[in-house]
Design a protein around this ligand. Structure first.
Ligand code: MG
Length: 156
């Protein structure tokens, strides 16, 4: 077994689609970024890659490379999972915490779990997602951003 940790933060800004966990949410702001800004899938990707001892998301898909401008983060995760499978690992479980005062996460948890599970090749029951507020504290207060932590267990 191998364990990996992923973390990501994105600003939430007006005029961007709000895509988190591979799910499009109806919300007036969305994560800024070179790709689609899906901080949830970015943290998941880094957790999966990290557990396998592979390079991280930013190394595999540099944000100064025009190829990844506006990239669908689901495609980036799919490429990462292919590499992890090629190393002889499968995803046993994933747990994800989304800290934001932007969009409400609870109504979208089931859809995110299903989408992430599909992307990593695991059952939805082995993928968990939960939202947390930040109690009005710090840089994420008032919905200005989203921070995500993901932990992944791989089986060799
Ligand atoms: Mg990111």
């Amino acid at each position: 077994m191998r364990i990996g940790l992923g973390f990501d933060v994105h600003r939430l800004v007006a005029g961007r689609p709000c895509i988190l966990g591979g799910v499009t949410i109806d919300h007036p702001t969305g994560p800024s970024g070179h790709s689609d800004g899906d901080a949830v899938l970015h943290a998941v990707t880094d957790a999966v890659l990290g557990a396998a001892g592979l390079d991280d998301l930013g190394t595999l898909f540099p944000d100064d490379d025009a190829r990844w401008a506006g990239a669908d983060s689901a495609e980036l995760l799919a490429v990462a999972v292919e590499r992890v499978h090629a190393e002889g690992f499968t995803v046993l479980s994933l747990d994800v915490v989304i800290a934001t005062e932007g969009p409400r996460i609870a109504p979208h948890r089931a859809a995110m779990r299903a989408r992430i599970a599909e992307l990593v090749g695991a059952e939805a029951a082995r993928v968990n997602v939960k939202g947390k507020t930040v109690e009005g504290l710090g840089a994420l207060a008032g919905g200005k951003g989203v921070a995500v932590q993901a932990v992944c267990l791989l089986r060799e």
